[in-house]
Design a protein around this ligand. Structure first.
Ligand code: NAD
Length: 432
């Protein structure tokens, strides 16, 4: 099948590459000339494990192309995916300007019946708006389908090739058939394609992210209580997750959720509900807990040192989670801003996100090439992202480099007892 993907970011690039890998002819479109030029030159603008190799293979086999010319990419495509950003608007709503602009451009470019697919995370009712925007500029037949994406950055290829489920909101048989055919190669292991109406599909995506964010904030509340009552959240987490009705995923306490999805999607869902006269109190509490959690490490540091003025800290981990270079709403931002705002100096290391972090912090902090380079002469270390390579460091080497061996472990990657044995002053989240 011939496909066009509008928006070649984390979602568009992964979807386009995976569709190409299953034999389709895919054009990835973006308005960002720098991004497209990089892709045409064989470079990948984002870090996602395995993506570079898969792009290279599909480009070589001539199934995957990159262009800034939307009309050229869309011409003759049977399905066009809109995968542009939907950032947070001024009052918490999802900003749909990029989706609508893309829809209008697609409308002007289609030449025969086309399925236009909303891949971006968009509020309930957006498929109708996209339909209207296209209908205004073309008389060609088309259908609008909602097909939200559930991939996780860091494991995006695996998630796309083997999704737990594919959600497709489509109102016509013709569109359902095309979508079913496209996704057939990815659901051979009995994972379902769930067909539904567009509004239900749109809401499914927000409800899924809101549920996951709720689990995280719930555990962060439990961890706060653990600290008060002298319990250890790691035992509590294991005891909870063993219950099959609850399960283990997303029960890790930490420095709060971040990233390009949970914060904005929880806000957008609260805002949508409010537009319909419904106050989602539970989700507002989820957000409040998250805000508190992002400040927790700095508060612990202030309590420990008295003042942070003139102190120097190492930070391990900048990306909002491991295996990505995505810095959007990363908890490291709140932590580092908190530290430098209180007069401390920061030297940070991240295996892949330093270049993205430079756009956030510029030269207000220093960047270390290697983890140990971020420890020289520091008054303490903050672990903010649980990259695997931070889990088993050489503690003796750490101690010899640090001015004072104090660790604020925002992801509970180290064992408190072991840290104390090694002579560290250790602060975790919700641990004894
Ligand atoms: P992104 O910012 O990485 O990429 C969006 C791309 O769209 C950018 O490269 C931008 O230049 C391009 N663009 C904007 N307007 C355009 C236009 N008119 N024509 C062509 N290109 C245009 O965003 P992302 O992280 O890939 O997210 C895209 C959508 O998918 C969002 O709605 C997001 O909520 C959703 N989503 C993201 C993830 C994730 O993990 N990142 C997961 C699931 C869903």
């Amino acid at each position: 099948m011939r496909i066009a993907i509008i928006g070649s970011g984390y979602v568009g690039l992964v979807a386009g590459t995976c569709f190409a890998d299953s034999g389709n002819d895919v054009a990835c479109v973006d308005i960002d000339e720098r991004k497209i030029r990089m892709l045409q030159d064989g470079q990948v603008p984002i870090y996602e494990p395995g993506l570079e190799e898969l792009i290279r293979k599909n480009v070589k086999e001539k199934r995957l192309t990159f262009t800034t010319n939307l009309a050229e990419g869309v011409a003759n495509a049977q399905a066009v995916f809109i995968a542009v950003g939907t950032p947070e608007g001024e009052s918490g709503e999802a900003d749909l300007q990029y989706v609508i602009a893309a829809a209008q451009a697609v409308g002007r470019a289609i030449k025969q019946y086309t399925v236009v697919v909303d891949k971006s995370t968009v509020p309930v009712g957006t498929a109708d708006k996209v339909r209207e925007a296209i209908a205004k500029v073309t008389s060609v037949e088309f259908d609008v389908v909602s097909n939200p994406e559930f991939l996780k950055e860091g494991a995006a290829l695996d998630d796309f090739f083997k999704p737990d489920r594919v959600v497709i909101g489509a109102d016509t048989e013709r569109a359902r058939n095309i979508m079913g055919e496209l996704y057939a190669p990815f659901v051979r292991t009995e994972n379902p394609i769930l067909f539904m109406d567009t509004r239900s599909a749109e809401l499914t995506k927000y409800a899924a992210n809101a549920m996951l964010a709720t689990r995280i904030s719930f555990m962060n509340d439990v961890s706060a209580l653990c600290e008060k009552v002298g319990a250890d959240v790691d035992f509590v987490r294991k005891g909870l997750g063993a219950d099959k009705r609850i399960g283990y995923p997303f029960l890790f306490p930490g420095v709060g959720y971040g990233g390009s999805c949970f914060p904005k999607d929880v806000k957008a869902l609260v805002t949508t509900a409010r537009e319909y006269g419904l106050e989602l109190d539970l989700l507002r509490a989820v957000e409040r807990t998250n805000e508190r959690q992002k400040k927790l490490l700095v508060n612990k540091a202030v309590k420990h040192y008295g003042t942070l003025e003139g102190k120097k800290f190492g930070v391990w981990g900048l990306a909002f989670k491991p295996k990505t270079d995505d810095m959007r709403e990363a908890p490291s931002i709140e932590v580092i801003e908190g530290l430098i705002g209180k007069g401390a100096q920061v030297i940070a290391h991240d295996p892949v996100a330093s270049h993205a972090a430079k756009r956030v912090f510029g030269d207000r902090i220093r960047y270390a090439e290697l983890p140990y380079d971020a420890l020289e002469g520091v008054d303490g270390l903050f672990v903010v992202t649980e990259w695997n390579e931070f889990r088993h460091p050489d503690f003796a080497r750490m101690k010899s480099l640090m001015k004072s061996p104090v660790v604020f472990d925002g992801r509970n990657v180290f064992q408190p007892a072991r840290m104390r044995e090694q002579g560290f002053t250790y602060f975790g989240i919700g641990r004894r």
